[in-house]
Ligand binder design. Structure first.
Ligand code: GTP
Ligand code: MG
Length: 629
């Protein structure tokens, strides 16, 4: 192919948290996730840029690494991309080494390794705004001369230095039209590593003067936040406030959304005639199937947004790496690798990115353990389930004079997820493989003021994912649930409610004996079946089933209906079930893919269902014994 017309292949390579993805976004206009901790990007991501000359650039964003001597799966992706060893790819035409200008020492060694690969290279000195603020003096010309690569200063988050970087990339590529498919690189031996280390130190001494105004704030804040006792207390307090806020602040917005659905439902009922054989069905599909089902899940959007506002702000500040540090001892005691923290943290959004983030863990067994427990963390799809049951059964009251009881129960459910993840990993360590957990090192990023646009964009992404799931997964399933609960019609002269004679009613009643010991009724069983697709589907299905079953309660809130129809013990057993049950086929699919093993996927299915059944059983029996039946 003609080298002039095919796009220029460029790879962004650098230490974790140096701003590669921020730079990628600034160059391509993409919106890949950027956050202030190491290990955000675990996959290669491709984007396009058009240079002024008209030449198209195919840009690769890669996971961060300290060396081409890769250890973990994410680092292997970077090494293989740089060397052109990825399936169906050739080595990049230009490597852009991305460096955090305030933290050059480590990246210099990586740059020297990259030079040895022999591809044209450009150094982007990113975070240059911070370097300037600190009064860090870098002799750019000398640095460029000692390394033998052009140096461009950038501030990715403000899009500074972007056109200059693009020009430098083009200029670097121009002479090298060679189509060699693989970069050459051989792992250096100990002597070579020492030599590179010495060279990096010399370059540091020659080109970089220490900052005039070093960042002392980070150190002072860490003195408090990383205190072994005080730090943990602050972490717990933060989580406590977060769950209080989820309940206290969301209510007005949720009431608003509910009111809108109520008005829409009433509007539909007044517009659609209720005569003839078809119109009542249409009305039922819209009101019982779509509004009661899909709308019943969408009302939880405000809670999702509030929870993620906290998480995203803390991520951007740079607090999450500190939380990992604080939890390291506890996690180590449970046999979890310190690097498991970020995957488990990601699992609060959804177990799928969580399971994928486990790629940052190099030891196979540690990675497997992390993946096996990640789905126990409370993902956001559980929020509708938890909130619905809490609203139905837990009174809205203040305890200890300041805490909202509903928020406290939510906190407890999250804690149950975390504690059981620790317990399961402890058991895996004791039963399946022993041996010490490897020590864990993670750079603590400097604190940064959260960037409003980044926070809002990430928040919008979470909200969009939630709403898209409602449209893509819940909506079609609710049409099925509605149809299964409506047809066939009851026979002539039937006495019971019509739904009892429907497919759903029959299936639920057939399976009910299996679930009776844990206090579930047939409507719940019906909800659990489509609920395998995603956890919040169960809430939608309950909404639809109860809306069809019980015309009198039509229009009243699902929580009110449940409070009337279920015992307290049943409600609590349902909560306990949802702490553990692996009701998400997409997660199971990703576990199979990441571990490349059906066996471990089935181990997960079996152990999680077993725990769910056991937990619901114990909860139900204890609650009944205490008078909650
Ligand atoms: N002040 C400032 N902050 C930046 C700049 N570039 C990136 N950041 C911030 O630095 C943090 C890390 O940025 P990312 O783009 O996620 O870093 P990364 O290199 O992709 O990290 P990994 O994917 O974990 O390897 C984020 O909080 C960004 O907002 C910059 O030029 N100036
Ligand atoms: Mg990244």
């Amino acid at each position: 192919m003609d080298a002039l017309v095919r796009p220029l292949r460029v790879a962004l390579v650098g230490n974790p948290n140096s701003g590669k993805t921020a730079l990628f976004n600034a160059l391509t206009g993409a919106h890949q996730k950027v956050a202030n901790y190491a290990g955000v990007t675990v996959e290669r991501k491709e984007g396009r840029v058009q240079a002024r000359s008209g030449r198209s650039i195919a840009l690769l964003d890669l996971p961060g690494t300290y060396s081409l001597r890769a250890r973990s799966p994410d680092e292997e992706v970077t090494r293989d991309a740089v060397l052109g060893r990825l399936q169906g790819e050739v080595a990049p035409d230009v490597i852009v080494a991305v460096a955090d200008a305030t933290n050059l020492r480590l990246v210099l060694r990586l740059i020297l390794e990259l030079k040895a690969v022999g591809r044209p290279m450009v150094l982007a000195l990113n975070m240059f705004d911070i370097a300037e603020r600190q009064g860090l003096r870098i002799d750019l010309e000398r640095l460029s001369a000692s390394l033998g690569v052009p140096v461009i200063t950038t501030t990715a988050t403000r899009k500074r230095g972007i056109p200059e970087l693009v020009s430098a990339i083009e200029a670097a590529a121009a002479p090298a039209w060679s189509e060699s498919s693989e970069g050459q690189w051989t792992a250096p031996d100990a002597a070579a590593i020492r030599a590179a280390h010495g060279r990096a130190e010399r370059i540091m001494r020659d080109c970089v003067r220490p900052p005039e105004r070093p960042d002392t704030l980070t150190g002072r804040i860490d003195g408090v936040l990383l205190h072994p006792v005080g730090g943990l207390v602050i972490l717990l307090a933060l989580l406590f406030v977060m769950f209080q806020a989820v309940f206290a602040w969301a209510t007005p917005a949720m009431d608003g959304i509910e009111a809108v659905f109520g008005i829409v439902g009433a509007g539909v009922a007044s517009v659609v005639p209720d005569t003839g054989p078809v119109w009542p069905l249409v009305q039922s599909l819209i009101v019982d199937g779509l509004i009661a089902g899909v709308g019943g899940v969408l009302v939880f959007l405000p809670q999702i947004v509030i929870l993620f506002a906290f998480i995203i702000l803390l991520e951007d500040l740079g607090y999450m790496a500190r939380a990992a540090f604080l939890m390291d001892r506890i996690m180590g005691g449970a046999g979890l690798h310190g690097r498991a923290f970020i995957p488990l943290l990601s699992s609060f959004a959804c177990a799928i990115p969580g399971v994928m983030a486990a790629r940052v863990i190099d030891a196979k067994r540690d990675r497997l353990t992390t993946i096996m427990v990640a789905p126990l963390m409370t993902c956001s799809a559980r929020i509708p389930v938890y909130t619905l049951i809490i609203a139905a059964f837990i009174p809205q009251q203040t305890v200890w004079g300041f805490a909202n009881l509903q928020g406290l129960v939510m906190f407890g459910l999250y804690a149950a997820g975390i504690v059981s993840a620790l317990a399961v990993s402890f058991v895996i360590r004791k039963v399946l493989w022993r041996g010490a957990v490897e020590p864990f090192m993670m750079e603590l990023p400097a604190y940064k003021r959260p960037d409003a646009r980044n926070v809002l964009f990430n928040l919008w992404t979470r909200a969009r994912i939630f709403m898209e799931r409602a449209a893509r997964i819940i909506l079609p399933l609710m049409i099925l649930v509605w149809a299964a609960s409506t047809f066939p019609y009851p026979p002539e002269g039937a006495s019971g409610p019509a739904i009892d004679y429907s497919f759903a009613g029959m299936a639920g009643q057939a399976l009910e004996p299996l679930f009776a010991p844990i206090g579930f009724n047939w409507q719940m069983v019906v909800a659990l079946i489509p609920g395998m697709a995603a956890r919040e589907v169960a809430v939608a299905a309950l909404g639809t089933v109860y809306a069809i079953a019980d015309a009198e309660s039509a229009g009243s809130l699902l929580a009110t209906t449940l409070a009337a129809q279920w015992s307290l013990a049943t409600g609590l057993a349902f909560l306990a079930w949802y702490v553990f049950a692996p009701q998400c086929v997409a997660t199971l699919g990703v576990v199979k893919r990441e571990l490349n093993s059906w066996k471990w996927m089935w181990v997960m299915v079996v152990y999680m269902f077993a725990l769910a059944y056991l937990a619901a059983f114990v909860t139900y029996r204890v609650a009944v014994a205490l008078g909650g039946g």
